[in-house]
Write a protein that binds this ligand. Structure first.
Ligand code: FEO
Length: 396
């Protein structure tokens, strides 16, 4: 395994995880990578490590360029073990290295994960480290993605080492945006933001302000593909996503037992279609939550349907609403729908959860007993179209 040269004295030495399909609940259809970077200067510096099972790959790539025992610093941008998991192993091979981390949260996190006895050095906002010809400037980015997170800027190279920010779960044998399909990268960057960072939109906005003030030739990410030709594209996308900007689009999410709630979902889709609104249509038996979250990031409306099942909503719908609420989107225009045989509690429960997720309810619960008739479905379509028009008129 060899290092990949990025520019004079800077190499990618990470690992590509082609097979990973689940990152604690996030469905990673295209795998991922754990990007680490080696800087050769008077002081030799490793920016991040890799997930522990990839430690030998990391070491081999480093050893293809230098003797690992000559490493002076290991910068830990983020305590989460997909980046820090190989730090103890690397310290065995780089016995003189110091581990640079944010203070106090990085120090606290690394000590909890790897013990208090490692050679940690805490850094704060504005602290710099001279490597010889190059300097590293440390910029805390708390909650992108954990309290300890920080990014590192090298002004001489105009490179930002951004760790989780601006990355994607995407396995590729090519490192950069201009070597991969940009539409695929942007799809995965959006999915990453939606599932990992949507909850921290306010913090993302603050970090973005700092990043935009930097003179940048490259953003070297902690996951997936890095940026050098389309930096403006990813920064503009983060601007849009962190501002919570919504498109004229509706996401319909449901589960169904005997197709009645599904028929209602189709009638709702027709209502939005008649108003010229694009629709994302998701049967929870078929679609993963993390894909739905990606569509929700930039959609104005959400309609959630469940039949009544043991006096509750379907477990799939409960899981979706829990995930949705956790991401704290707090701006969708929403309503609940569903069929029932008797009881019919589910739709009210769904509406309660939508309110708890910060949604504005724009249409009263749509509940139908047993199998919907054609006339009832037509009425649903008409009601949804009217509700959408009403939202427009009220400029919601
Ligand atoms: Fe890629 Fe939050 O770790």
């Amino acid at each position: 395994m060899k290092a990949v040269k990025i520019c004079d004295g800077i190499y990618w030495v990470g690992a590509v995880d082609w097979s990973m399909r689940n990152f604690h609940g996030y469905h990673t259809d295209r795998g991922s990578s754990y990007n680490a970077y080696l800087i050769l200067d008077d002081k030799i510096t490793l920016i991040d490590t890799a997930k522990e099972p990839f430690k030998e790959e990391l070491l081999a790539r480093i050893a293809s360029v230098i003797d690992p025992s000559t490493i002076d610093y290991i910068v830990s941008s983020h305590v989460e073990p997909d980046h820090s998991g190989a730090i103890p192993f690397m310290l065995q091979h780089a016995p003189h290295a110091k581990v640079i981390t944010s203070a106090p949260n990085g120090l606290r996190g690394l000590k909890a994960h790897y013990g208090a006895d490692l050679p940690y050095v805490g850094v704060k906002a504005g602290d710099t480290l001279s490597l010889g010809k190059r300097t590293l400037q440390f910029v805390p980015t708390p909650m992108l993605h954990w309290p300890d997170s920080m990014v590192t800027y090298c002004p001489e190279e105009k490179i930002l080492f951004s760790n989780d920010a601006f990355g994607e779960h995407l396995a590729s044998s090519k490192l950069f945006d201009d070597e991969n399909d940009l539409s695929v990268i942007m799809d995965e960057a959006k999915k990453y933001y939606a599932n990992i960072l949507m909850l921290y939109g306010r913090q993302a906005k603050m970090a973005l302000k700092t990043v935009k003030s930097l003179d940048l030739d490259m953003i070297l990410t902690g996951h997936g593909v890095s940026w050098r030709s389309h930096i403006g594209t990813i920064l503009a996308a983060y601007d849009e996503w962190s501002a919570g900007e919504a498109k004229e689009r509706a996401v319909i999410v449901f589960d169904s037992m005997w197709h009645s709630t599904e028929k209602m979902a189709r009638a709702i889709e027709e209502g939005f279609r008649q108003r010229g609104i694009e629709v994302g249509f998701y049967d929870l038996k078929q679609e993963h939550l993390s894909n739905i979250a990606t569509d929700l990031l930039t959609s104005k409306y959400v309609a959630v349907g469940s039949p009544t099942f043991n006096n509750q909503m379907m477990p799939t719908v409960a899981a979706f609403l829990s995930y949705f609420k956790g991401l704290s989107p707090r701006r969708h225009l929403a309503f609940a729908f569903g069929s029932y045989g008797w009881g019919g509690q589910s739709v009210g429960l769904v509406e309660d959860e939508l309110k708890a997720a910060g949604c504005t309810i724009v249409l009263d619960k749509i509940r139908l007993m047993n199998v919907p008739t054609s006339a009832q479905l037509e009425e649903i379509t008409k009601t949804v179209a009217e509700a959408e028009l009403n939202c427009r008129q009220r400029q919601l």
